[in-house]
Design a protein around this ligand. Structure first.
Ligand code: 13P
Length: 341
C-alpha cells in the first residue's frame, strides 16, 4: 500500500463545509442509546442502525469522516458491501476509536485515566489493513469540588501523547480528544480555566512526544456552563470564551478543531459552532465531530423500525446540513424549518 499521508488526511477531515460523525459508541454506550428508544442492542440492530446512517444519500457532502467502533469497522451492510467501502463511496473517510475506555485512576477518587496503550501498535496496523485513515482517543476530565487534580490531567495528557505518536507512526491521523465534562454546577469561568489547563498539558505532551501538529486533529469540549449551573452562559458568551481559550492554547499548525457535543442539544451544538465561525478569521478550521448532536433525532425517528428508514435518514441529513452551514456562520434557527418543508 502507498504510504498514507497524514497531513492530507487531516486537512480532508476538516475540509470546508464538512465535519466528522462520531458513530463509535462502544457496546455499552450504544445500549444506553437504544434503551432510550426501547430497542434491544443486538448485533443485528446495531448493524441496521449504522447502515441507516452510512447509506444516507448525500451525507458525504457534509460528513468528511466517520469514527467507527471495533465491531462496526468489521461489519457489512445488508447487501453485503463492507461499511468501510460504503463510506469511501460516499466520500467520507473511515476512522476508528482505539481507546479502551476511561478507568478509575489509582489514588485519585472520582477521576479516570483512559486505557488502551498496551498492544496499540499492532491494533493500529490491523486497522490500517481494515481501511481506517484516522483514529480517536478520548480522555475524560471531570470538574468537582477538588478535581480535576494535576495528576489526572497529566496522566491523561501523557496517554494522549503516546496514542497520537503511535497513530502517526502507523500513517493514521489521531483525533486527540481531551473532554472536560459538562456535568456539574460549575460556571463557565471554571470550565474555561480547567479547559485551558488541560489543553496546555496536552500540547506540552504532544510536543514532548514528537507528534506532528500538521497531521492531527483536536477534539475538545466547548467552554460552557456546567449542566446544573444556575446561571447559564448564552450562545455568544460560549463562542467567545471557547475561541479565546483555543487561541491561547492551540498552535496554528493544527489544521482543524472538531468539537464534541457532550450532552448539548442538537440545536445548541449547531448554534454554538455557528457563532464561533461567525467571529471571523481563525488560525484553524473550526468544525464538528458530534455523536449525539448528529444522531439524536435520527435515532428517535428510526425507533428500530425498517419502515422509518427514510424519515430517520432525512433527520440525520438535516443535522449534517445544519452543521455544514455552521462551518461558515451561515446557520440560523429559521433554517431548522427546512426539514419539515
Ligand atoms: P458526543 O458528541 O455525543 O459528545 O460524542 C462525541 C464523541 O465522540 C465523544 O467521544
Amino acid at each position: 500500500m502507498a504510504k498514507l499521508d497524514i497531513v492530507a488526511t487531516a486537512n480532508a477531515m476538516v475540509a470546508p463545509g464538512k465535519g466528522v460523525l462520531a458513530a463509535d459508541e462502544s457496546t455499552g454506550t450504544i445500549k444506553k442509546r437504544f434503551d432510550s428508544i426501547n430497542v434491544e442492542s443486538t448485533e443485528d440492530n446495531r448493524r441496521a442502525y449504522r447502515e441507516l446512517l452510512f447509506t444516507t444519500k448525500d451525507s458525504g457532502k457534509y460528513i468528511s469522516g466517520v469514527i467507527l467502533y471495533d465491531e462496526t469497522i468489521r461489519q457489512s451492510a445488508s447487501d453485503g458491501r463492507r461499511f468501510v467501502d460504503i463510506l469511501n463511496d460516499q466520500g467520507s473517510l473511515p476512522g476508528i476509536k482505539v481507546d479502551m475506555g476511561a478507568k478509575p485512576l489509582a489514588g485519585a477518587p472520582d477521576e479516570t485515566v483512559t486505557e488502551g496503550l498496551d498492544g496499540l501498535r499492532d491494533r493500529l496496523n490491523e486497522y490500517v489493513d481494515l481501511g481506517a485513515r484516522f483514529t480517536k482517543w478520548r480522555a475524560v476530565i471531570k470538574i468537582g469540588d477538588h478535581i480535576p487534580s494535576r495528576y489526572c490531567i497529566e496522566a491523561n495528557a501523557h496517554a494522549l501523547g503516546r496514542y497520537a505518536a503511535l497513530s502517526q507512526e502507523a500513517g493514521l491521523v489521531p483525533i486527540v480528544e481531551p473532554e472536560v465534562l459538562m456535568d456539574g454546577a460549575h460556571d463557565i469561568e471554571r470550565c474555561q480555566s480547567v479547559t485551558e489547563a488541560t489543553l496546555n498539558a496536552v500540547f506540552n505532551q504532544l510536543f514532548e512526544q514528537r507528534v506532528k501538529l500538521e497531521g492531527m486533529v483536536l477534539k475538545p469540549n466547548m467552554v460552557i456552563s456546567g449542566t446544573d449551573c444556575p446561571k447559564q452562559a448564552g450562545v455568544d458568551k460560549v463562542a467567545e470564551a471557547t475561541v479565546a481559550s483555543l487561541r491561547r492554547c492551540v498552535p496554528a499548525a493544527v489544521p482543524g478543531i472538531v468539537f464534541l457535543s457532550g450532552g448539548q442539544s442538537e440545536e445548541e451544538a449547531t448554534a454554538h459552532l455557528n457563532a464561533m465561525n461567525a467571529l471571523g478569521s481563525l488560525p484553524w478550521e473550526l468544525s464538528f465531530s458530534y455523536g449525539r448532536a448528529l444522531q439524536q433525532s435520527a435515532l428517535k425517528a428510526w425507533g428500530g423500525k425498517t419502515e422509518n428508514l427514510a424519515s430517520a435518514q432525512a433527520a440525520y441529513l438535516h443535522r449534517a446540513r445544519m452543521n455544514g452551514a455552521a462551518r461558515t456562520g451561515d446557520y440560523s434557527a429559521e433554517k431548522e424549518g427546512e426539514l419539515a418543508a
